[in-house]
Design a protein around this ligand. Structure first.
Ligand code: HEC
Ligand SMILES: [Cu+2]
Length: 310
């Protein structure tokens, strides 16, 4: 408990912005609670039954008062709404140049996969002063990825990808908690985020285990599972070519379009019949139960790499 604090240090670019909203709300609440309490006591004493206070000239209506106590709180509420919405918007828009790291939550641990192949359990190493985007999913129940020092928290859901982005500002080790009750050992589902300088991070990334990058692993799965026999780069196979599709809109059978993002790719692999590409037969087999969530992430990374032509 010695390193537990109610106000952890502010270690991300979002932290100070969120704290300002928080402290403003607390200050306003204290202000109004105090005002009401003081007037309550003051009037209670002043107009108590035995007091000889002047009770003539009772005020029955006042447009100015009505207007004032409706309009001023309204402005305050809208101000807080606008301010919070502004911050919320930024929290939900990862910058395009963010470093992408994949996270899988499972009972009861966090599995982290770095694009260049390094993977870790219950630890997340990130560089400071660079936006990092986490693409997260769960293998079983709902978890929640929570880093108090960054003031950020995002649910991690089975069957979906959610994202969380941040930019760490100081090197250090920070608590990582699962913030959604997820079963017996939920309280043990803890880890740490290690933020380090760019060079240290590079060194850490390239250190020991020369494992396969996510793209390479995805490419291997793509060949091993027969994807490559239907999805030919030439587009002449049974399935559509996957080159360059990421980030585009595809036409669907029966009208409509879909944006090709991580969620769409995952669905195309696990539930191919959910959205059938126009001009194709629904003949792709489902890989539900065949390829793990980790494998799907690697395939997604590989298919994304087919669209990186710069
Ligand atoms: C039997 C042939 C076949 C195999 C094997 C196959 N697919 Fe497909 N795939 C298709 C067809 C046909 C479509 C188009 C119809 C549809 O959307 O279901 C498709 C669609 C897709 C799409 C959507 C493409 C788009 O343009 O929107 C993706 C992504 C995809 N497959 C990935 C894979 C991956 C990854 C594998 C291997 C794990 C795989 N496929 C294995 C035939 C196949
Ligand atoms: Cu959990």
């Amino acid at each position: 408990m010695d390193n537990f604090s109610f106000f952890p240090e502010q270690a991300s670019t979002m932290a100070a912005r969120i704290d300002s909203i928080y402290f403003t709300l607390v200050a306003l609440s204290i202000l109004f609670a105090t005002l009401i309490a003081v007037f309550l006591v003051y009037f209670g004493i002043r107009y108590r039954r035995s007091a000889k206070t002047d009770r003539s000239n009772i005020l029955h209506e006042s447009m100015a008062l009505e207007f004032g106590w409706s309009f001023i709180p309204f402005l305050m509420a809208m101000g807080i709404f606008g301010w919070s919405a502004f911050v919320y918007y930024d929290i939900n828009r990862p910058p395009d140049d963010a470093l992408e790291i994949y996270v899988i939550g499972k009972q009861w641990m966090w599995q982290i996969q770095h694009p260049l192949g390094k993977s870790e359990i219950n630890e997340l190493h990130v560089p400071i002063n660079q936006p990092v985007k986490l693409i997260m999913t769960s293998q079983d129940v709902i978890h929640s990825f929570y880093i108090p020092a960054f003031r950020l928290k995002q649910d991690v859901l089975p069957g979906r990808y959610t994202t969380l982005w941040f930019q760490a500002t100081q090197p250090g080790e920070y608590h990582l908690f699962c913030a959604e009750y997820c079963g017996t050992d939920h309280s043990q589902m803890i880890g740490k985020v290690v933020a380090m300088g760019q060079q240290e991070y590079e060194r850490w990334l390239s250190g020991n285990v020369a494992s396969e990058s996510m793209v390479d692993a995805g490419k291997r799965l793509f060949n091993d599972n027969g994807c490559s026999s239907c999805h030919l780069a030439s587009g002449t196979g049974i399935g559509p070519a996957l080159e360059g599709i990421f980030g585009t809109e595809v036409q669907l059978e029966g009208g409509g379009t879909a944006l090709v993002d991580e969620v769409y790719l995952r669905e195309s692999i696990l539930d191919p019949q959910a959205k059938v590409v126009a001009g194709h037969q629904p003949v792709m087999p489902s890989y539900q139960g065949v390829i793990s969530e980790g494998g799907v992430l690697q395939l997604v990374a590989y298919i994304k790499s087919l669209s990186n032509t710069q």
